[in-house]
Every structure is written in C-alpha cells, then in structure tokens.
Design a protein around this ligand. Structure first.
Ligand SMILES: [Zn+2]
Ligand SMILES: [Zn+2]
Length: 388
C-alpha cells in the first residue's frame, strides 16, 4: 500500500500551511501565533482543543466509539534564534529567528493527519494530538508533563517524528532502544583577582585559569570514561575581559555534554566540578559551576517501535524502513515523554538539504505526505475497529 490517497490529495494545502508557519517562526514558549494557527485548524476539523498545557502547548482530542484505548501523536512547534539565509518566498519574516530544525514541517504533518482522521474516523478510541512548545532545550516537554499532560490525556503509546537531512525522502527510520543522547549545558564562572596587565603578580588571572580548564575538561572523556562508552564534552563559549591592559576579575566558560545514559552524565558532572575547583585553586582562584541536565536519552520501546516499523513498511515498503541504526549524540526533548509512555521516535527522510540548525536549512515539503500518512496510518493500525 502506498501513501494514504486522501492525504496525498491534501498535499498543496499542507505545503501552504508549512510555508505559513515557516514564515512566522517563534522561539520556545513564545509560540502564540503558531498555537493559534494549530488550535484554529483543529477546531475547524471538529477536534476538541485544550490550550495552555505547558504554557503555549496545544492538545487536540478526537474520540470515536466507547473504547478506553488511546494513542498520542506529538509534534514540536518552536523555532531557533538563527537569522535565515534562504531567499525562498516563504523565508522568515522575523529577523533573527527561523525554523532551522523543521518543526514547521512536524507541526504541519500532525495537522494533516488530524484533518484526515477527523474526516474519516476509521478508528475506535481516543487520539491525542500533542503540539509541544519549546523543544530546543528549554523544557517544553517537562512543562506539559508537569501540567498533567498524561493524566488529562492518557496515552497507551506515543509516536513522534524528526526529519533527517541526507536521508532520502520516503525513507523512515524506526529503531528500538536508545536513540538520542542525554544532554547538559554548563556555565563555569572562574573568579580571580583583577590587576593591571603589566603587573600580573598583583592579581589572580582568570583568563589563564579558564584556558587551563578548557584543556583539562577535554581530558575527562579521554581519560576518565570507559572507552566503550559514548560521551562528548564541548566548550563552546569563552568570555573574559574588555581591555588590552586589564586582567579581568572573572572569566566564563560554557558548553555542552552529551552521553547515552543519565548515569554517565552524572559521573561527568562530578568530574567537571572537581576539575573546575582544583584548577582554579591551583592558581589561587575559585570557580562556580552551573551544570544543568536538559535532556534525557530518548528510548524507543520495542513493541511500539515494531508497530511503527510495520506501519512505515505498509506506506513505503520494507526496504525503505531502517530498523537498525546506531544512536546519535544529538538530543531531543521528547525523551521526557518517552520515559512516561511506551514510545517510538521515528526518523523521516528530508532528502538532500542543509543540516539541522543551519541558516540555509529548509524543511522538504515533499516529505509532508509521508509524515502525515504515518501519523494517520499508525492510528488506524493501533486503534483499528474490531472486525464485525
Ligand atoms: Zn533542533
Ligand atoms: Zn528539532
């Protein structure tokens, strides 16, 4: 069976929605226009809408029959603080903000499935359409969960999808087990003692301490972590001083850590704290460490993933469904939902495109019918009406 005909017939409409959302990107927890857009469409389709779950989050509820079984489908709505370099007509109208991760496409695909399912109702049970805010590291999933997402809208299983640049359009990935890494952000304030640049003996130089600390932090992964484990530590910011002849009081280092388990992340946090304290102390300074775990690993449930792979095979054929691939060191906020409900986080080919989080990236509209067909297809599979 190829894609769902009624969804393919919607293709032009899906492209129009996607480009509208792309042109009006909003950062995490500021998705007011996007949430309005989503809520308006869901209401037009005849779906009940609940807003304000996780601030700007939106949930649509569609029920058919009296069965208590349920399914959740999740898309993300936020954009990134990147200035778009594309010149397409639907480029961002909001300078400095763009949909560089394809969440405009994810939102559109879920809306497409919602429209189809509300019109055809070929299922029995409850479908929860979850449009989450603030996926990009600022806690949208946790905010929805804390607002009672899964108590108010129980889900027996949950499905989400992310586009993948470089994977051909029409290919899906559904692999069981760990899919994405735990992620942490850190800030280290190194505190020394300011002095004239010509009299360093009268101060404690935080620039030197921070420089040594950058090198020292790089030996945590190579020297303290078992080689068979996966871990990345990157110092991505170094801020200090503003004059040629002044040794500043303080310096700040910031960066990110990725691991495939929360345990390993905790070990690295401990090492980061030790290194910061000891390197600073060796020079007579001090260090204050703020280490925040912002993502857990996404773990795909075996049975849920097998269901997803079967639905994908039905849409594009078994040979275009990747069911085994190594986990990546990217991170995903969906992890917090996947800890609560048996889940599958799928990959959807975006074809040849700029990478995610790049100023030239654009979601590939050719993928819309595939993603929307998956969301609709998995509902018709999991909540299939009983044979009569
Ligand atoms: Zn992203
Ligand atoms: Zn993303």
């Amino acid at each position: 069976m190829p894609l769902i005909d009624d969804i393919v017939a919607m293709d032009e409409e899906l492209r129009t929605w996607r480009r509208d959302i792309h042109a009006h990107p909003e950062l995490g927890f500021e998705e007011h226009r996007t949430a309005d857009f989503v809520a308006k469409k869901l209401t037009e389709f005849g779906i009940d809408v609940v807003r304000g779950i996780g601030k700007t989050g939106v949930v649509g509820v569609l029920r058919e029959g009296n069965e208590t079984r349920s399914i959740g489908l999740r898309a993300d709505m936020d954009a990134l603080p990147i200035a778009e370099d594309n010149t397409v007509p639907h480029r961002s109208t909001c300078h400095g903000t763009m949909h560089a991760c394809g969440h405009d496409g994810h939102t559109t695909m879920l809306l497409g499935a919602a429209k189809y399912l509300a019109a055809t109702r070929n299922f029995r049970g409850q479908v929860n359409f979850i449009f989450q805010p603030a996926e990009e590291g600022i806690g949208g999933a946790r905010a929805m969960i804390e607002d009672g997402l899964f108590e108010k809208f129980p889900c027996d299983s949950l499905y989400a999808m992310h586009n993948a640049p470089g994977v051909p359009v029409g290919k899906f990935g559904a692999t069981a087990g760990i899919r994405t890494a735990a992620g942490a952000f850190f800030d280290i304030d190194v505190i020394g003692k300011g002095a004239h640049g010509a009299f360093p003996d009268q101060g404690v130089d935080p620039v030197l301490i921070a420089s040594e600390l950058v090198t020292s932090l790089q030996s945590i992964v190579s020297r303290n972590i078992r080689p068979s484990e996966t871990a990345v530590l990157s110092v991505t910011q170094f801020h200090a001083g503003d004059a040629y002849n002044v040794i500043p009081d303080r310096a700040r280092l910031s960066g990110t850590v990725r691991t495939l388990s929360v345990d390993l992340m905790n070990q690295i946090e401990e090492r980061v704290r030790q290194r910061a304290a000891s390197v600073a102390a060796a020079h007579g300074g001090t260090a204050e460490v703020d280490f925040r775990i912002v993502f857990h690993p996404v773990i795909n449930d075996e049975a849920t993933t097998s269901t997803a792979a079967n639905v994908c095979s039905g849409l594009v054929g078994e040979s275009d469904v990747i069911t085994s691939s190594p986990p990546g060191t990217g991170s995903e906020d969906f992890s917090f939902m996947s800890e609560k409900v048996p889940s599958c986080y799928l990959i959807l080919g975006n074809g040849i495109s700029a990478p995610l989080h790049n100023s030239h990236y654009d979601f590939n509209d050719d993928a819309l019918a595939y993603g929307a067909s998956f969301f609709a297809g998995v509902v018709e599979n999991v909540l299939a009406p009983a044979e009569t």
